[in-house]
Write a protein that binds this ligand. Structure first.
Ligand code: PLP
Length: 447
């Protein structure tokens, strides 16, 4: 049991991310105390099944000795090394090589940062440098997809298409444009895959024409939109968007911060579409959330163009903790687990999760079940025919999230009435079945 004074310290002094500060002062936090596998234990001693892997990041599950030992060993040997001044560390170099081996095509160069937001920001800077190096500085306009999420940094939050990340922050939106989402369940053209792809291709071409093709620097997408509500495009959608960018000589950046490292099945979700992005951002599952790290991948031609453009001058981008050796050691250990059977287990459990959640489709509140691998969503409605969203009922801190928690299940409850699932890849069949059973119980209690 947590002492009142700790709760008070949190309420008074800790600024919580993505929270109403005033509401938090009153309600306080739910403290988690320990975790193992897919189970977390809160400060009151209640066991909860973590159906969201922390924040879709603890892909390997909690308490993995292999990761803990790798971190401990690295902390003893060399807890810090900068990449500045021509220095480096063995763990970071080995990790870069191993990631390049796994990455699609010629994404052979890796820049390590601290999290998804700074990976996205790094790529924005690399995109600008690339076009400067190619002698086309006027290519300074970016396009992303409505309902997309690309972090909350000062600049990259402009690619994020969720208004709450812009309001009152002075985000530079004048050069960060959006096209509509594919969102099959609520697409104005209906749910037919080919119609959705054709509409998105037309939207992208239209936006490029509106801006002027000679001004467009890059297009960003998530292979599956996560924070927008786990929106899964029809097969072929990502490849179709990639083809438009190739045709128009526009850089294509895949944001795989959620989808990489087995979350949707393969090591990288792009593999499912057979495409090679010009750049790719990853974080979360890279270290399984144990320590902060992101990896931004650059293809050969992007890397070579920037390197040639800079010549012997410094490319002025880097942070104190870039390529941190402890994070790199943990990421190497996480790769051992992914390569050693965890991806296969995740794929098998993902299929079981989808089948189980599909079994809820007849529930009066369920409008749609969607997902791929260990990334899924149940969209709730009050009227199935009209697809009327079940609004505030699913908001964090309100009924469904709280009920699921009381029932022993942690899920994500998006404000628009979508329940999100991203369990650790180490889940057992029993745990997957329990996630489904506890969801049904929670929905029954919501009727
Ligand atoms: N990009 C995507 C697709 C994400 O889902 C997220 C976070 O959820 C980010 C970027 C930002 O990552 P971070 O929260 O580590 O800064």
């Amino acid at each position: 049991m947590l002492s009142n004074s700790i709760a008070e310290l949190d309420r008074r002094h800790l600024v919580h991310p993505l929270a109403s500060w005033r509401a938090h002062e009153q309600a306080g936090a739910r403290f988690l105390a320990s975790a193992k596998g897919a189970t977390v234990i809160d400060a009151e001693g209640h066991c909860l099944l973590d159906g969201f892997a922390g924040l879709w990041c603890v892909n390997a599950g909690y308490g993995q000795d292999h990761l803990i030992e790798a971190a401990t060993r690295q902390l003893r040997e060399l807890p810090y090394a900068t990449g500045y001044f021509g220095l480096g560390s063995e763990s970071a170099a080995r990790l870069a090589g191993r990631l390049a081996d796994h990455a699609p095509g010629d994404l052979n160069h890796v820049y390590f940062g601290l999290g998804g937001s700074d990976a996205v920001d790094s790529t924005i800077r690399f995109v600008r440098h690339y076009w400067q190096s190619r002698g086309a500085p006027e290519r300074d306009q970016f396009i992303s997809v409505a309902q997309g999420y690309h972090g909350s940094s000062a600049v990259g939050s402009g690619l994020t298409a969720l208004p709450v990340f812009h309001t009152n922050f002075g985000v530079p939106l004048d050069w960060q444009h959006k096209i509509p989402s594919h969102y099959p369940y609520r697409n104005p053209v209906g749910e037919d895959a080919q119609a959705i792809i054709a509409a998105s291709v037309a939207d992208l071409r239209g936006k490029i024409a509106e801006i002027g093709a000679e001004r467009v620097a890059a297009f960003y997408l998530e292979p599956i939109q996560g924070s927008g509500g786990v929106l899964v495009p029809p097969p072929g959608w990502v490849a179709a968007m990639h083809a438009v960018c190739k045709e128009m000589d526009i850089l294509f950046v895949a944001d795989e911060v959620i989808t990489a490292f087995g979350r949707t099945g393969p090591m990288f979700a792009c593999a499912d579409e057979g495409i090679v992005p010009d750049m790719m951002t990853t974080a979360k599952g890279l270290t399984s959330g144990y320590v902060p790290m992101s990896a931004a991948f650059l293809s050969d031609h992007v890397y070579e163009t920037i390197a040639d453009g800079a010549g012997l001058a410094m490319v002025g981008h880097g942070q104190t903790y870039s390529a941190h050796p402890v994070s790199a050691a943990v990421a190497l250990a996480a790769l051992d687990l992914y390569e050693g059977g965890l991806l296969e287990n995740g794929a098998a459990m993902g299929a079981r999760l989808m089948a189980g959640l599909q079994g809820l489709a007849d529930h009066p509140l369920v409008g749609e079940v969607r997902g791929r691998g260990m990334l899924a969503a149940v969209e709730l409605v009050t009227d199935k025919a009209k697809k009327t969203p079940l609004p505030a009922a699913a908001a964090p801190g309100t009924r469904i999230f709280d009920r699921a928690w009381q029932n022993g299940l942690i899920i994500r409850a998006f404000t628009q009435g979508v329940l999100g699932y991203a369990p650790p890849l180490c889940c057992t069949t029993d745990e997957i079945d329990r996630i489904v059973d506890l969801t049904r119980l929670t929905l029954d209690q919501t009727l």
